[in-house]
Design a protein around this ligand. Sequence first.
Ligand code: SF4
Ligand code: SF4
Ligand code: SF4
Length: 150
Amino acid sequence: MRGDFKPRRNPQRPPWALAEQAFVDTCTRCAACVPVCPTRIVVIVRGYPEVDFKRGECTFCGACATACRDGALLRAEDQAPPWLIKAQVADTCLARRGVECRVCGDPCPVAAIRFSPRLGGPPLPEVDAATCTGCGACVAPCPVNAISIT
Ligand code: SF4
Ligand code: SF4
Ligand code: SF4
């Protein structure tokens, strides 16, 4: 591992990243993956790239992996999902606090967030983990930052 780098807790690397230790050992910090991202979600934090879903979503276009010449982002040829992260809704969600809100439902490209009617309050967002791709499209639109991708 490079001498001055101490990993933070669970940094979210770009898609198709090697496992964390291998990633920081392999990434040369060239930042080639940053400008090619069409949604501008790849940012440099402490020298290494991370994705910031507050800036937008990952479209899985693969541009970051193509730009990586060092093998730190290795796109699988079998089209396997690049990561296992999923959307999680925190208790700060407005609907969970009794306020009608369905903002996060529309931006989801795979309709993984469903709102089921319930007695005594507004429908609650429910993420179908089997459908969610972890793209992050639901993060920025949430008015109270209740969604994380982990
Ligand atoms: S796959 Fe495309 S959209 Fe996703 S982080 Fe890489 S460049 Fe950005
Ligand atoms: S957008 Fe945020 S506050 Fe609104 S339902 Fe979704 S998670 Fe809850
Ligand atoms: S992370 Fe993407 S796929 Fe998953 S619920 Fe949010 S918008 Fe839908």
